[in-house]
Structures are given as structure tokens and as C-alpha cells.
Write a protein that binds this ligand. Structure first.
Ligand SMILES: [Zn+2]
Length: 368
């Protein structure tokens, strides 16, 4: 199909040239793409290959690609391929994820080539589409409305249990905060943290779940042995996707306490471990300020637990005292790219310092 089109175009040009001048025009077979392929070596590599020929030397080959994820302008990558000029060339390019950072399984990538010869004839191939899939496992899938669960170990009931938890989380999120899924999402259930880490570039050894928010993908290691943890983690990561979809904008991200707090809140009741941290910090007057919690949390385990516990408590305070309509409104204002203080001020009439004072009173009555 593509080659036919190119031949047609070249024919038109030749006829025109023949009309303009009666001087014999050199017979030009034009550029032909004889081979185009891509090999997926998940999660580390994509190897693009091309073979082309022309009656004169080929002087320039470029690979163009687009990755399917949330963005405000279409971003096209362009790679200038290195090769030795010839009438017949075989060339390629390896996308090394170890250098660029990884992509989640299931990511769609579109790509095409442009090839130019020394006659300055240039052709562009059709657009090819591939999926960057983790083919180490035989995935099965379960689809319900906007959620697809992929898994490879465990029976149908295992997947159904996880789907139920995910669907309930969406209902609860909508009821408590007004936030809902705007585009479909994929949840990949690996059979263990180890399997999951094999799907990632430079994983941390403690990584058990990951949300690729701009790709609408979650990947978690869950088996029969850690179902309770797994269910909480599905809810937590799914909530991150919902919140991302509700508030995505090119200007500003959410304060971390709001993002993590909403995900924790979606999980349900606060776990005893977090309650203990909150109680201790309240008693010892060691609460972190709301303003500090707007930035990424400390890696220190104890401070990190505290940060999550406080974030959940702040969201709880806002939802319980001011209602879900206000929270929904807050998310809408963040979608417009508002500053943290500005958004709070508009919806609640106080900024982060004001929130800090009110929330400290609230926790001291519960835990003080
Ligand atoms: Zn989180």
C-alpha cells in the first residue's frame, strides 16, 4: 500500500519533468523501504530497524515516535539515525530505557520513518503502532466499565475480588470527594514484588506497587499471601490515577499532602500504625506543618509515616467539616493551575497556615 503510493507520486513528478524538458530524465526508481521492524525487550529496550534502497545514495534516515500518555501538546521524538551512506542501507536505533527511564507495560507507541537520498528525494512511511508489553508472563484480563485488571497467577475469583475492591474505591471516592475516573485505566497484578521489580528500570527493593499516573496504569505485586495489603494498595494507587485525571494541568501539581491524603483517605479507616504516629506527634508537639507537607516527604521512615498519617488526617478534616462539594471545587481549581494558598483561599477562605491552625485544633481534640 505504502510503496504503491510512493511509486504513484514519483510517477507524477517524472511526468512533470518530462513535460518541462524534453531532455531525457534519468530513470529514477526512487527510495524503497524494504524492511521496517521493532523488537520489544521489556522493560529495557525497544530496537527499531529499517532497510531502504534507492538508485542513488541514501543520506538521511530519521525515526519519529510518539508515546501515548497525558500531555498538553503532542510530543514527537526525532532520532537522526547513524549509518554509512549507500544505495542500500540497513540501519536502526535502540531506545535504551536504562538511560531514558522506563515505560509501563501496555504503553502504546506510534512511529514512522523519513528517508532522504542524495537527489533530495524524501519519503515518509506510514505510521506504525506497537505496544510495549511485558511478555514474560501470560496475561489474562478482566474488564469492568473503565477498569481493566491484567493478571497471570491465581484463578478468576482472585481477579474478581480485586476488581470489586477497585470498583468500590471509585464509588467511595466519588461519594466523599466528587472525584471520578475520566479515562479508562489498566491495573497489572504481578504475582510478587519480585516479578513487579523485574518490570521496572532501577526499582527500589521495597517497591510493591507503582502508579504511572500520566499513563493511566498501575502495577502491583499481589498474591494470595498479601491480599489485604494488595487491596489497600490497589485503592491507594487507583485514587492517585483519579486525582491525576481530575487535576492534570501544565502549570502546577497538587500539594503532596492533598495527593497522598486523598489516596490514604480512599483506602478507608486509618491503620493503627498511622494512628499511633499521629497520637505521639500530637502529644509531643511534633506535628509537621501543612506547608512543609506540600513538598515531597522525607525519605526517613518515621517522618514518612508521620507525613502520610497527617496528610490523611488533613483531608479527613476538610471532607468531614466542609463536605465533598468543597473538595470537588478545590480539585477543579487546582486543575486550572492555581497556587496552593490561592486555591485554599478561594474555596475555604483560609490559606495553608490557616488550615494548619484549624487542623491542629482538630487533631488535638481527637488525640491530645
Ligand atoms: Zn501514594
Amino acid at each position: 500500500m505504502m510503496i504503491k503510493k510512493i511509486a504513484g507520486l514519483i510517477l507524477t513528478i517524472s511526468v512533470l519533468l518530462a513535460l518541462i524538458s524534453s531532455v531525457a530524465v534519468k530513470a529514477d526508481d526512487g527510495i524503497k523501504i524494504t524492511e521496517s521492524s521493532v523488537e520489544v525487550a521489556f522493560p529495557s529496550q525497544l530496537v527499531f530497524k529499517i532497510e531502504a534502497e534507492s538508485d542513488v545514495n541514501i543520506k538521511d534516515i530519521r525515526l519519529h515516535y510518539q508515546v501515548d500518555c497525558d500531555h498538553f501538546a503532542v510530543v514527537t521524538g526525532e532520532i537522526i539515525i547513524e549509518f554509512i551512506m549507500d544505495t542500500k542501507v540497513a540501519a536502526g536505533w535502540t531506545w535504551d530505557m536504562l538511560k531514558s527511564g522506563g515505560l509501563p507495560t501496555g504503553t502504546n507507541i506510534e512511529y514512522w520513518w523519513t528517508v532522504t537520498d542524495t537527489d533530495d528525494e524524501k519519503i515518509e512511511t506510514e505510521i506504525y503502532s506497537i505496544q510495549f508489553n511485558d511478555e514474560r508472563y501470560k496475561w489474562r484480563s478482566l474488564i469492568e466499565s473503565d477498569i481493566t485488571i491484567y493478571w497471570y497467577q491465581g484463578n478468576d475469583d482472585f481477579a474478581r475480588q480485586l476488581m470489586l475492591v477497585a470498583q468500590e474505591a471509585l464509588i467511595r471516592l466519588a461519594a466523599d470527594t466528587g472525584a471520578y475516573l475520566q479515562r479508562s485505566v489498566s491495573i497489572y497484578i504481578y504475582a510478587s514484588a519480585n516479578d513487579l521489580q523485574g518490570a521496572m528500570i532501577f526499582p527500589q527493593e521495597w517497591t510493591g506497587g507503582v502508579a504511572y499516573t500520566t499513563y493511566g496504569t498501575v502495577a502491583i505485586g499481589i498474591n494470595e499471601g498479601n491480599m489485604e495489603w494488595g487491596k489497600r494498595t490497589i485503592v491507594h494507587e487507583l485514587a492517585h490515577l483519579v486525582i491525576q485525571q481530575m487535576t492534570y494541568n501544565p502549570y502546577n501539581s497538587l500539594p503532596v499532602w492533598l495527593n497522598e491524603g486523598l489516596s490514604m483517605y480512599a483506602e478507608g479507616e486509618m491503620e493503627p500504625l498511622f494512628i499511633n504516629h499521629l497520637r505521639q506527634a500530637t502529644e509531643n508537639d511534633e506535628l509537621i506543618t501543612v506547608r512543609s507537607l506540600a513538598s515531597p516527604f522525607s525519605a526517613d521512615a518515621s517522618i514518612s509515616y508521620m507525613s502520610y498519617a497527617q496528610s490523611m488526617s488533613i483531608v479527613e478534616f476538610l471532607v468531614d467539616n466542609y463536605g465533598k462539594e468543597k473538595m470537588f471545587e478545590l480539585l477543579g481549581i487546582f486543575e486550572q493551575g492555581s497556587s496552593y494558598d490561592g486555591a485554599l483561599m478561594r474555596v475555604y477562605g483560609f490559606d495553608m497556615d490557616g488550615l494548619n491552625d484549624l487542623w491542629r485544633d482538630y487533631v488535638s481534640t481527637i488525640y491530645g
